[in-house]
Write a protein that binds this ligand. Structure first.
Ligand code: KIV
Length: 268
């Protein structure tokens, strides 16, 4: 049976019907298989991969080759969800041609359906070039982790009037260049209401309150697999670290005490 893929058009239709969209990150085949089979509409192969899986101290260190490998693995698992690949730091900033070439690699060789690009302003030109090449783009404003060094720290954005106005202008400019949706990170729900009045495209939130058209979280965070401090907006739906620890401890003990392999796990 052919399962229809989620597309930019079907996401607009979900917004029109008032149905919220559930987005989640994934970076590997087994996780993507579970997410897709359960109905996650958009799987983001986020550059959070660098911190959650590769152990870097920020997203700035993830490269194209690492992101392409993660995206390919996710793509092999997914039938229905839209796969959005996060353009890593310095894969689009240098030039329009770098932006188009790298976005193209995600689509042509790593199974992505779209790419996500952080920021607006001078980045709009890059986004326009990628869309011009026929690749759908998801925007990302508010707190943008690739600009961590500019922000100075992880923080809520839009607390001052000028920042709030800028966010609304950025959302309008992104819609104008043709992004199919925007992720807004770490802003108040008041700002989301203003952004939603200003643009027609779907607005998905992370730490941006309940008024968004959908929500995105990092899968390792909701499963309790990230060992660092989590932001206030993250809800831990499971605590898998102690579960894994218990299993590995038991295995070690069984091996040391000659309890594994037992008869059941040995070829006759
Ligand atoms: O990289 C990522 O996972 C993201 C989400 C947090 C939106 O950009």
């Amino acid at each position: 049976m052919v399962i229809p893929k989620i597309t930019p058009q079907s996401l607009c239709e979900l917004k029109r019907q008032g149905e919220k969209v559930a987005l989640l990150t994934a970076y590997d085949y087994p996780t993507a298989l579970i997410e897709d089979s359960l109905g996650i509409e958009i799987i983001l192969v986020g550059d959070s991969f660098g911190m959650t899986v590769l152990g870097y101290d920020s997203t700035l260190k993830v490269g194209m080759s690492e992101m392409l490998m993660a995206c390919s693995a996710v793509g092999r698992a997914v039938k229905r969800a839209m796969i959005v690949a996060d353009m890593p730091f310095m894969s689009y900033q240098p030039s329009n041609s770098a932006a188009v070439k790298n976005a193209g690699k995600f689509v042509s060789s790593a199974n992505a359906d779209a790419v996500k690009v952080e920021g607006a302003g001078i980045t709009l030109e890059r986004i326009k070039a990628i869309i011009g090449a026929g690749i759908p783009v998801m925007g990302h404003i508010g707190f943008t982790p690739q600009s961590l060094k500019k922000f100075g720290t992880y923080k809520v954005v839009g607390k001052i009037d000028t920042e709030e106005k800028q966010l609304i202008e950025d959302a309008k400019a992104l819609e104008k260049v043709g992004v199919f949706s925007i992720i807004v990170e770490c802003v108040s729900s008041k700002i989301i209401k203003e952004i939603k009045k200003a643009v027609k495209i779907p607005i998905y939130g992370i730490g941006a309150g309940a008024d968004c058209d959908g929500q995105i979280l990092v899968v390792n965070d909701i499963l309790g697999l990230f060992q660092g401090k989590l932001p206030k907006y993250v809800k831990k739906y499971a605590d898998l670290t102690p579960v894994i620890e218990k299993a590995i401890k038991e295995y070690i003990s069984d091996v040391k005490n000659n309890k594994y392999p037992d008869e059941e796990h040995t070829y006759k």
